[in-house]
Write a protein that binds this ligand. Structure first.
Ligand SMILES: [Zn+2]
Length: 544
């Protein structure tokens, strides 16, 4: 009576009795079938060769571990043509050869593995009454047979995801209509993507970021498919371009800052032109030194160009590394960079400009927090910890107090990053009055920068109006205005069709970015145990 509740009705076993040991229930069963099918020739046989016992982990009963015990049999194969002479008993369901678990408890573990990953899955499996180790959990996933998804639409998005950040990357392919991952590729080389695309001729449109190898891979793998450059990356590239322009205009900015600070000094602090000038100089000096690209050695620049050149011709990272005599890591880094910039030094703050002020007698009794707050209001651009480190260092080396000075000069500056963001923002989004005032001053003094602002806003608008041909006009305007965006425009021309598609369609890679984040979460759940194949299975099984 009870046995039918304990075992699935379709299994060819009959529960005879139950006995227990502490924490474990054993269900002793006997096999109902009188014959079995040979796995090689599929012929039935009822000639028993021998018996052996099997113990299989089943789902728990009332919180106790439960194990099914059976005396399984080995059969002779009667078929004289079959190469197999003896085989182990086969069952229709629930019991598979070599398995140490019933299929239903294995299914439970698979679900746990997919939801929770290795370590957490193993921990929960203990409470769920099917205790296994983390490696078993991962093995369960490995055994899953998962086929890549069928595509519903011809529109996919590709992007890279970091297997190990800065070192190894893979490619994720997302069905943009169904919003799910179609497949994962083990690297982000153009050849791999191209191979994959060749096997999927139904693909009509591919959205991608501006990473060169993808463009090449799509061109060779699916020459008829239209490419769409990702909108977000395009806007980001424009931001980088304007930032670089500001970085190269140190002299002009310095003059504008001085002018601004002379006109906008607080009333109680009569401005002295020379002092303001030198304070501005101080503030800019440090940032400028670290940002120029001028002092990168010719040799390094040459190698950078060479790497770019070889890579665009389709050479592999390994080959390039050998030819140029650089490590593969560096080569890979170069292929991803648009321009070679000097590495930023660790101390890029303008803290030095405030040292006199900080060391004044009345400031020595104040807490670090208070002082930090004050100098941030005065224009300090570093972090609190950087400030603390400097203060500790000063206390050790300069125990003597500095003479009381006339007070700090309040100097307001804007970083190239901030400025390029301000160009992008609509006037109503600029909340701070000083931002607006400074832009007004900057544009009056340098009409070229006003032109640049107009172009940045114009580029942003291309994506709103969505008209064919507007991109071409915009690029022409850039060349006419000659305000420093020529290189950016030239790059757009090189990739014109893809960029134009981004302008006139609604396709974007936003969905792909979301999936990349999902991959990241899954990867972390596996605690570094995930090889590519395993991770791929987890991602594909979970997007089902
Ligand atoms: Zn046989």
């Amino acid at each position: 009576m009870i046995s039918q509740f304990i075992l699935p009705t379709n299994v060819q076993l009959r529960a005879d009795s139950i006995h227990s040991e502490p924490g474990i229930l054993y269900i002793d069963t006997s096999v109902c079938q009188t014959c079995s099918i040979c796995p090689v020739c599929n012929k039935k046989s009822s000639k028993i060769h021998s018996r052996y016992s099997r113990t299989l982990l089943d789902l728990p009963i009332s919180g106790h571990l439960s194990k099914v015990q059976l005396k399984a049999r080995k059969y002779f194969c009667d078929n004289p043509e079959c190469p197999r002479k003896v085989f182990t008993e086969r069952f229709d369901c629930e019991i598979k050869p070599y398995y140490r678990r019933m299929i239903r408890s294995n299914d439970l573990l698979t679900r746990m593995a997919l939801e929770l990953g290795g370590n957490t899955g193993a921990a929960i499996s203990r409470y769920a009454g099917v205790p296994v180790s983390p490696s078993t959990i991962l093995r369960v996933v490995k055994r899953l047979d998962i086929q890549p998804k069928k595509l519903t639409s011809g529109v996919i998005g590709v992007d890279d995801w970091a297997f190990k950040k800065g070192k190894t990357y893979g490619t994720v392919i997302v069905d943009l209509a169904k919003k799910e991952v179609v497949d994962l590729l083990p690297d982000r080389e153009s050849a791999t993507l191209s191979e994959w695309l060749k096997q999927h001729p139904e693909i009509k449109t591919v959205s991608r970021d501006r990473y060169g190898p993808y463009a090449l891979g799509i061109k060779t793998g699916a020459p008829d498919a239209s490419q769409v450059a990702d909108r977000f990356h395009l806007l980001m590239n424009l931001g980088d371009a304007t930032k670089r322009i500001f970085q190269s205009k140190g002299k002009e900015l310095r003059e504008a800052f001085t002018l601004y600070n002379q006109h906008n000094q607080p009333k109680n602090q009569p401005a002295k032109a020379i002092e303001t000038e030198s304070a501005v100089q101080n503030m800019l000096q440090i940032t400028e030194d670290t940002l120029t690209t001028a002092n990168i050695s010719i040799d390094k620049l040459h190698k950078f160009e060479k790497v770019k050149d070889l890579y665009s011709k389709g050479n592999s990272i390994r080959q390039i590394a050998k030819t140029v005599k650089l490590t593969r890591t560096t080569v890979r880094k170069y292929t991803m960079m648009e321009q070679l910039v000097k590495r930023q030094a660790h101390t890029t703050t303008n803290l030095d400009a405030f040292i006199d002020f900080l060391m004044q007698e009345e400031n020595r009794v104040k807490t670090y927090r208070e002082l930090h707050k004050t100098i941030v209001e005065m224009g300090f651009n570093g972090k609190y910890t950087q400030f603390c480190n400097k203060m500790n260092e000063l206390k050790n080396t300069q125990p003597a107090l500095r003479p009381k000075s006339t007070g700090p000069i309040l100097v307001k500056t804007w970083s190239p990053t901030r400025l390029s963001l301000m160009l992008y923002m609509e006037p109503c989004e600029l909340k701070r009055a000083d931002d607006k005032d400074f832009l007004k001053l900057l544009f009056e003094k340098y009409p070229q920068m006003k032109k640049m602002e107009k172009l940045v806003k114009g580029f942003k608008n291309l994506f709103k109006t969505k008209k064919d041909g507007t991109l071409k006009t915009w690029i022409e305007e850039v060349f006419e205005s000659d305000c420093g965006l020529n290189n950016f425009a030239k790059n757009l021309l090189k990739d014109y069709d893809a960029v134009n598609n981004a302008v006139i369609t609604n396709i974007s890679n936003g969905q792909v970015e979301g999936q990349v984040n999902r991959i990241k979460t899954i990867k972390r759940k596996m605690y570094g145990k995930a090889g590519f194949q395993l991770l791929r299975k987890m991602v594909l099984a979970k997007s089902a």
